[in-house]
Design a protein around this ligand. Structure first.
Ligand SMILES: [Zn+2]
Length: 659
């Protein structure tokens, strides 16, 4: 018997559930994003409940989380569910199963195939065990849940999900009282000189060295006493298991009872530690990553961030876990000893999620610089707050020569992590890559570029190239491989039949795969639906060099430099360069009353660059930057009398335009 339970759900949860159920009808795979603390598990459980005539697998990436999910299901009235995890008796006849991915993958053949697979914390979806599960049941619907829909390297999940539903953002949930307000302090600025960045994350070994200095540990205890109320309870995220154990000992020594847990801690001990924190028997619970990974926590007063990370997802998760609201808790205190505020934005800043990734790279960096301009750190009390003339915590009035947040952090950071950029040419030489190979990485957005000159951030680029080199030698899924060439999965399937190598999991060895496709392509000239660049140029009636220019601007090409006809034409259309299948600039004379910039410059006898400047100043332009001659001449006369062309030319021009 199933009881109705959705009345307990919050309004936004009910909306998201309805939207998700609907989306699952239209799409094979749906991703539901909502911030930590928004109640994703409750929503998923309700969605599972509404599919109870189907076979639903609710998969967790750690079997520790299975028990917790099972409890949530019971609370929602779904008593009849099986559990696939160590030490649970299995019953494949039950329709809803809560599964630990590790236990499940060894028992797949014992269970009837699922209709719906729910992936909790689905940013792990690229992990081999998950990927295999998803690929084994191509007929099952897929629902992914996460607060941070991106992989550790910051890339999006579009290879796995067709459609994404984005939940309310953190600050809305704070405003509506579902999450706690917070105060942010950055009491210590870690000395990060010499800490290298590899694969978009700080090198673990370097980091442990930097964060284990005993002065830092002393600082943490002192600031805890100073900043927090005498009975406040906190969760601490440390850089390593050893550091976590050490910190718990130091707190206990200082008269503040503390405990440490890690994944080796038995479930009973871990539950006990959490209960002790809830009851106030201990005041600090230290861990490395146990609680950033989805385990339930009581409402606590503070979070100690002692683990620098480049991962935006991890940053949001660590803080998100501690923003639970409770009676008598006015706000959460965040004590950032790890310089996270420098690497990431304010914890409740809006994020634009999409399946192709958070608008990272260009947008992120620019935004970061501008938001840093908007953030201040009080030199008196170390509060970090949005820009204001006075510190909202202690009332300190800022002086003109107070340092900016970049200056505060900058000097204790190594230049190799700083914003050092170079041209693609220089960078290619630095990492001994061919320039075409590099350009391909850029075109495929494997490498992020910055600014109008498309510069590469050296440290980030090196880490990325290192990653690419390592991973290109390996295997990848058919869908990912298809994406490299921008062809469909069916095409790859077809290639496999023609001899594209695969391994026993039907994954493609990338190196050998690329070689095969190249050779095959030589044999069969082009992939159907694709044009060589010269052919595409002919198709739309331009010179090849124009196509090169477009590629630099973003016209999509595949690994072989070919252009998908459909995508290519769509791109041109989006850019407003296409009319009736032909390039619009082809016959400028055929648009009466309009000039190209070059022609207009010639018409009135000025340099092209001047016309360019005028356009910036407001001279009217039409579609595709064509210039309406009459209106533009009027504008020049009204706004630029000193540059007005002599009568003869202008008169001639007007006459010509009137023809
Ligand atoms: Zn202050």
């Amino acid at each position: 018997m199933v009881k109705r339970a959705d009345t307990k759900l919050r309004d936004y949860q009910q909306d998201l559930i309805a939207e998700t159920v609907e989306a699952l009808r239209d799409h094979r795979s749906v991703l539901l994003q909502a911030p930590t603390g928004a109640g994703k598990t409750e929503m998923a459980v309700e969605i599972a409940r509404r599919h109870q005539d189907k076979i639903v697998w609710f998969t967790c990436h750690r079997h520790e989380i299975v028990a917790q999910t099972s409890v949530t299901l019971k609370r929602a009235g779904v008593d009849a569910h099986g559990v696939v995890a160590p030490r649970y008796r299995e019953d494949p006849t039950i329709r809803i199963q809560v599964c630990s991915i590790d236990a499940l993958r060894h028992r797949l053949d014992r269970y009837p195939p699922p209709d719906l697979i729910i992936l909790d914390e689905c940013h792990h979806v690229a992990a081999p065990s998950w990927a295999r599960l998803v690929e084994s049941f191509p007929q099952a619907k897929l629902l992914g849940l996460t607060a941070t829909p991106e992989r550790l390297d910051g890339r999006g999940l579009k290879d796995w999900f067709e459609h994404m539903i984005v939940g309310p953002n953190t600050h809305t949930l704070i405003d509506e009282g579902y999450l706690s307000k917070f105060k942010y302090f950055a009491p210590t600025i870690p000395d990060m000189r010499g800490v290298r960045v590899k694969l978009k994350e700080y090198d673990r070994h370097d980091l442990e060295g930097a964060m284990n200095k005993s002065t830092l540990v002393g600082d943490i205890v002192d600031h805890f006493k100073e900043k927090l109320a005498p009975n406040a309870r906190a969760l601490a995220f440390c850089v390593s298991v050893d550091a976590s154990r050490e910190l718990a000992a130091r707190f206990t020594e200082a008269g503040i009872p503390a405990k440490h847990v890690d994944w080796e801690t038995t479930q009973e001990k871990r539950d006990e530690a959490v209960a002790d924190l809830a009851s106030g028997k201990i005041r600090v619970l230290t861990n490395r990553e146990v609680f950033s990974e989805g385990l339930d926590l009581p409402a606590i007063d503070a979070v100690l961030l002692l683990r620098p990370t480049k991962s935006f997802a991890l940053y949001r998760q660590m803080i998100g876990r501690c923003l639970r609201v409770a009676k008598g808790k006015p706000y959460t205190t965040i004590l950032d000893h790890a310089g996270l505020i420098f690497d990431h934005e304010f914890p409740d800043n809006d994020v634009e999620w999409s399946l192709t990734g958070r608008r990272s790279g260009v947008a992120e960096t620019h935004k970061q610089y501008s938001t840093h301009g908007m953030i201040r750190r009080c030199p008196e009390c170390s509060a970090v707050h949005k820009w204001s003339a006075k510190c909202p915590e202690c009332g300190y009035v800022y002086q003109i020569n107070d340092r900016t947040i970049e200056e505060v952090y900058g000097e204790l950071r190594d230049i190799t992590q700083g914003a050092e950029y170079e041209s693609q040419k220089r960078f290619a030489r630095r990492c001994r890559l061919g320039r075409t190979a590099l350009a391909n990485y850029v075109a495929r957005k494997e490498l992020v570029t910055y600014g109008p000159r498309c510069l590469i951030k050296i440290a980030e680029g090196l880490a990325r190239v290192e990653w690419l080199r390592e991973n290109e030698a390996k295997y990848e899924s058919q869908s990912r491989f298809a994406h490299r060439f921008r062809v469909s999965g069916t095409t790859v399937y077809d290639w496999i039949k023609k001899g594209l190598p695969i391994n026993e999991h039907r994954q493609i060895p990338v190196d050998a795969g690329l070689r095969w496709v190249k050779a095959w392509r030589r044999r069969s000239s082009t992939i159907s639906g694709f044009d060589a660049q010269s052919r595409f140029a002919k198709r739309v009636g331009v010179h090849r060099t124009t196509v090169h220019k477009w590629i630099k601007k973003g016209l999509p090409i595949n690994e072989l430099g070919q252009i998908s006809v459909e995508d290519g034409l769509a791109w041109l259309k989006r850019e407003g360069l296409l009319k009736d299948g032909k390039y619009i600039y082809q016959k400028p004379q055929s648009t009466p009353g309009f000039d190209t910039q070059r022609r207009f410059a010639k018409r009135i006898g000025v340099h092209r660059r001047i016309v360019d400047n005028w356009i910036k100043e407001g001279m009217p332009t039409g579609k595709s930057k064509l210039i309406p001659v009459d209106a533009a001449l009027r504008w020049v006369q009204e706004n630029r009398p000193q540059r007005q062309p002599d009568q003869g030319v202008a008169g001639g021009a007007v006459r010509e335009a009137a023809e």
